[in-house]
Design a protein around this ligand. Structure first.
Ligand code: CP3
Length: 353
């Protein structure tokens, strides 16, 4: 008789089964930004390190932050506690987290990448230790997701010096001097592959690439700065780690979602709240697993509003490979009891009527 492996016996982690294309009666769930300020225990923990980067690079604190939401709500996956801006930090850029979000000493069109570390990639070893601590502490059925920002999104922070409204500086650079800008993207691709390889070697089961600002580009620019770098990262990871699936989250990509699903090499696609679920079912789910897409504000409001939104999402997407998630991250103002209510709702079988 054929020996039963975890993969054939149904013992495999629910998240990985969905990423492998399986339809599950009770689909896996986790929430983007499931760790963080909406949890009182996170706010207490956070006071134990002065700066946010120090917090992220402290394996004891970062692993505890990773585990907190899973302990409380029993998600099917934990997401490593870290930040997409650790990569610019490791490349030698000055990164600070102020009251109003991140502040970076911007990389300019004039100086290009000359100020960044170009050979070797060190400094993120504590993150790999965080992965090992999480892996050792998590229940066997709970997947651990590693992550990085996608090169385009990371570059927006590196070039704009923080959050941006119109992406004027980075887009103008990319249009005027695609070659020089491309060198920055190349550098981020290499750093990202190294960083994610380190996370995988330390024990993460899957990877998510956050492309939070994928939705601000023209068609040609989207192909060049979103799809192509993502394709290069997934291809290089697949060569070394064929069994580690990548979830791509090109937030706001709208009519480019289909092309991204077809060309980027991801195993699953995260859809934002504005993507119609019937469209995702008909046009994306045949090719990749779909993850999403409850409005974070519906979670913040809770009650019947949230229940109705959840029902519609599960009814549309529950018939194929599906991972329940939000359309963007949990907001700090979200009452934890609404997440507990969501957990109870998702424990029930999908009503596809
Ligand atoms: O629970 C998790 O999802 C894991 C941890 C995680 C954080 N950031 C922790 C964090 C993850 C996956 C991220 C991703 C991230 N970071 C993204 C992509 C997702 C998205 O929201 O679009 C982006 C764009 C960043 C960059 C970033 N980090 C910003 C813009 C900010 C400030 C705004 C904000 O949300 O606070 C951060 C800080 C940050 N990253 C915090 C946390 C918990 C808050 C800082 C603190 O707790 O002191």
């Amino acid at each position: 008789m054929e020996e039963k492996t975890a993969a054939t016996s149904g013992e495999q982690k629910r998240l990985l089964r969905a990423l492998d294309g399986e339809m599950l009666e009770r689909p896996p769930w986790w929430l983007m930004r499931q760790a963080g300020r909406y949890l009182p225990e996170y706010r207490t923990l956070r006071t134990r390190a002065p700066g946010f980067i120090e917090f992220c690079l402290n394996p004891a604190l970062a692993s505890e932050a990773t585990l907190q939401p899973v302990r409380r709500f029993g998600m099917d996956a934990a997401i490593l506690f870290a930040d997409i801006l650790l990569v610019p930090h490791a490349l030698g850029q000055k990164v600070d987290f102020g009251e109003d979000g991140p502040i970076l000493e911007p990389i300019t069109e004039g100086s290009g990448i000359s100020g960044l570390r170009q050979a070797g990639f060190a400094g993120l070893d504590p993150v790999y230790e965080t992965v090992r601590l999480c892996r050792a502490a998590l229940p066997v059925e709970t997947a651990l997701i590693g992550f990085a920002g996608s090169p385009w999104t990371v570059a927006t922070y590196m070039v704009e010096g923080g959050a941006s409204r119109d992406f004027r500086v980075i887009k103008a650079w990319a249009y005027r001097d695609a070659h020089g800008f491309g060198a920055l993207i190349e550098l981020i691709i290499d750093a990202t592959v190294d960083y994610l390889s380190g996370q995988i070697t330390a024990g993460v089961d899957a990877i998510q690439l956050f492309d939070s600002w994928a939705g601000v580009l023209s068609e040609a620019s989207f192909a060049r700065w979103v799809i192509e770098p993502t394709r290069r990262i997934t291809a290089r990871l697949k060569e070394r780690f064929p069994n580690v699936p990548v979830i791509g989250f090109p937030r706001g990509a709208g009519l480019f979602y289909q092309r991204y699903a077809a060309e980027s090499g991801v195993a699953a696609i995260g859809i934002d709240t504005a993507v119609p679920v019937a469209y995702a079912r008909d046009m994306l789910q045949g090719r990749v697993a779909v993850q999403g897409n409850l409005d974070p504000i519906a979670l913040l409001v809770g009650g019947a509003v949230m229940e109705e939104e959840v029902r519609a999402i599960r009814a549309a997407l529950g018939g194929g490979p599906f991972i329940f998630n939000l359309g963007h991250g949990v907001l700090p103002q979200t009452p934890p009891r609404h997440v507990a209510a969501l957990a109870r709702l998702l424990a029930e079988p999908v009503d596809r009527a």
